[in-house]
Design a binder for this molecule. Structure first.
Ligand code: GAR
Length: 192
């Protein structure tokens, strides 16, 4: 049986991406085929090189229409896309070509603290400023709007009043690393 092929899109450090590289390294049914980034200085590039995974860097204009990217994904026979800290809106052409086949992780309990501009530390600072007593992560399918596709999985954690935004971020990132590859695995296996 041919393995399902996943591509990871990331704009930053890539710690979630690395969890995927590790988790699927010797997986019988799923493999990480490539990484796409919009940021030539992204930490994810070094992580991909360390795991011998091909990467592509495309500048903002390529991400606006998405046509070139669809062609590359098709040439690599990609079945699913995983957004792991990817900061640009996914072009309509890509959503249309991969319906319910693009996953995103968001570092809060959507629909709270989502939408344009809500990424990374911005989210945790907003959660802290709002005086929330819990936060968490959300894994969802991607549609044409930021953070609005159908939710697949959420897990929460407690916020102590003394927690800084950085401490909140660290708690949520631990939850992300623990859950994201497993949840994607379950969803991909349903398609087989
Ligand atoms: C993660 O916390 C992810 O949830 C967040 O960016 C971080 C990337 O970290 N994504 C968003 O905010 C998307 N709106 P990483 O590069 O270390 O995986």
């Amino acid at each position: 049986m041919t393995k399902k092929r996943l591509s990871i899109f990331a704009s930053g450090s890539g710690s979630n991406a690395e969890k995927f590289f590790e988790y699927f390294q010797n997986h019988p049914q799923i493999e990480i085929a490539s990484v796409f980034t919009n940021n030539k200085s992204a930490g994810v590039i070094e992580r991909a090189q360390r795991f011998n995974i091909k990467h592509h860097v495309y500048n903002r204009s390529f991400w606006q229409t998405g046509e070139t990217i669809v062609e590359v994904l098709e040439s690599e026979k990609i079945d699913f896309i995983v957004l792991a800290g990817f900061m640009l809106l996914i072009p309509k052409a890509l959503v249309a070509r991969f319906p319910n086949r693009i996953f995103n992780i968001h570092p809060a309990l959507l629909p709270k603290f989502g939408g344009q501009g809500m990424y990374g530390m911005n989210v945790h600072k907003a959660v802290k400023a709002a005086g929330e007593t819990e936060t968490g992560l959300t894994i969802h399918y991607v549609n044409e709007y930021y953070d609005e596709g159908a939710i697949i999985f959420q897990e929460s954690c407690t916020i102590n009043p003394t927690d800084s935004a950085e401490e909140i971020a660290a708690k949520v990132l631990r939850l992300e690393h623990k859950n994201y590859p497993k949840v994607v695995e379950q969803e991909v296996l349903k398609s087989i």
